[in-house]
Design a protein around this ligand. Structure first.
Ligand SMILES: Cc1cc2nc3c(=O)[nH]c(=O)nc-3n(C[C@H](O)[C@H](O)[C@H](O)COP(=O)(O)OP(=O)(O)OC[C@H]3O[C@@H](n4cnc5c(N)ncnc54)[C@H](O)[C@@H]3O)c2cc1C
Length: 393
């Protein structure tokens, strides 16, 4: 059996695994990535979602020299409107104060494409596709990942294998979890009116509906809807033909982007959130969705995962410069200290915001109406909320 030596082994080459591999390889580390899916190309990518990239994430992507490429596919968000039930009750955000955008919408396939093009040029990165990791164990101070005909012998393993992490199951890391028993439907569509770089978030009783501005395609205005609703509703929506779905969406979106002309793609995702009880095991660090996943109400899951990656990047840089070995107990604990609370906070915020907007009776409607009015009138509160959403607080 062939032995592959590396100082970093990454399980999962999705949005977090790929950027972790790229950033750490730029620090001169020898990186091996094991990914379950076949080699990335546009034909086999099933994920048709977009990601709202925060200003904080953009800054890190600039630091590692990849924003130039990703930015080519990014549509800036210049304004956000939060609408509770109807247009009479809304909050309006812009970013005149910081003179920057409120975020950027990019299709996931373009982010991955840019990352894989960069990774291919890194001589110190080796990617194995069609590899589903099941066998990982310790040999003294080394961690071994065993496959049929080779094994990887390394100092540290980064689990970037998503919310159903196999590594987490192998090492029995406990998690807190919540099943919202709902789904999010993601619909990319063409529409008649210019979105003018505005993102909308409508709050309805059964869950939020966001409209995210995308780059024009074939000279047509394009946006993406993320709509959370009960499983029963989403299943019945999917049983309708596109014309019928379009008429429902036209009513729900209240003319924000004009008439919906054509549905391009639709996909559903079960709504579940979780938080690992800790973000490390001996010589193993959980990054991104393998450590935490959230209700997508605020579009922050990947952005928080990117804060994990930035933190690891800085830690590895420090250890490399001091000539220290990666992955000892101190290393893992330092990562946990810097990142656990941020994830716990986002888990609580997304969960509570979802429940507040769901409540419907005279008292709660009045309380929400008053809170929205208060925020709309308070510059300070608005600035705090937009800084949080931008990942710059
Ligand atoms: C509807 C919806 C909308 C969202 N919108 C936003 C948004 O606007 N902004 C934002 O910041 N976040 C958003 N998110 C969250 C975001 O999509 C996730 O946080 C992000 O995709 C996590 O990336 P990841 O690489 O950690 O996990 P994944 O994308 O799940 O990648 C995991 C990878 O590991 C591989 N893998 C799994 N098991 C194994 C194994 N045993 N061996 C080898 N490989 C394995 C998988 O094939 C996959 O490639 C949204 C989420 C949802 C559901």
């Amino acid at each position: 059996m062939k032995e592959i030596q590396s100082n970093i082994n990454i399980i999962g080459g999705g949005l977090i695994g790929a950027v972790t591999a790229y950033s750490l390889s730029k620090l001169g580390n020898k990186v091996v990535v094991l990914e379950k899916n076949p080699k990335f190309n546009h034909k086999n990518i099933l994920d048709k979602r977009t990601t709202a990239i925060s200003e904080g994430t953009k800054k890190f992507l600039e630091e590692i020299n990849i924003w130039n490429e990703i930015g080519n596919y990014a549509e800036p968000i210049k304004n956000i409107q939060i609408i509770d039930r109807n247009q009479a009750n809304k909050i309006y955000f812009d970013n005149q104060r910081r003179k920057s955008n409120l975020g950027y919408i990019v299709k996931n396939e373009f982010i991955l494409d840019c990352l894989y093009k960069k990774l291919q040029k890194q001589k110190n990165v080796k990617i194995f596709n069609n590899v589903s990791v099941k066998d990982v164990f310790y040999e003294g101070d080394r961690i071994i990942t065993k496959q049929n005909n080779f094994y990887i012998n390394t100092n540290i393993l980064f689990a970037c294998d998503g919310k159903n992490s196999s590594i987490r199951k192998i090492f029995k890391t406990p998690i807190y979890r919540k099943d919202y028993k709902k789904k999010a439907i993601v619909i990319n569509f063409y529409h008649s009116k210019n979105h003018n770089n505005t993102a909308y978030e409508f709050f309805f009783k059964n869950g939020p509906l966001a409209i995210l501005p995308m780059q024009k395609n074939k000279n047509q205005f394009q946006s993406s809807i993320v709509w959370t609703n009960t499983n029963k509703f989403i299943n019945s929506l999917l049983s309708l033909d596109d014309n019928h779905i379009i008429s429902i969406l036209n009513e729900k979106t209240q003319g924000s982007v004009g008439e919906i002309k054509k549905i391009i793609t639709k996909q559903t995702f079960p709504l579940k959130a979780h938080l690992n009880s800790k973000f490390f095991e001996n010589r193993i660090i959980y990054l991104g969705d393998s450590a935490h996943s959230f209700h997508p109400i605020a579009g922050q899951g990947w952005n928080l995962g990117m804060q994990d990656v930035e933190s690891i990047y800085n830690l590895v840089k420090k250890y490399n410069s001091l000539g220290l070995e990666l992955g000892d107990e101190l290393f893992c604990k330092e990562f946990q200290k810097d990142n656990f609370f941020k994830a716990y906070r986002l888990y609580q915020i997304t969960d509570k915001v979802d429940s507040v907007f769901k409540l419907e009776n005279t008292i709660f409607n009045y309380a929400r109406f008053s809170a929205i009015n208060l925020i709309e009138k308070s510059k300070k509160l608005k600035n705090q909320i937009s800084d949080f959403a931008m990942g710059v607080n």
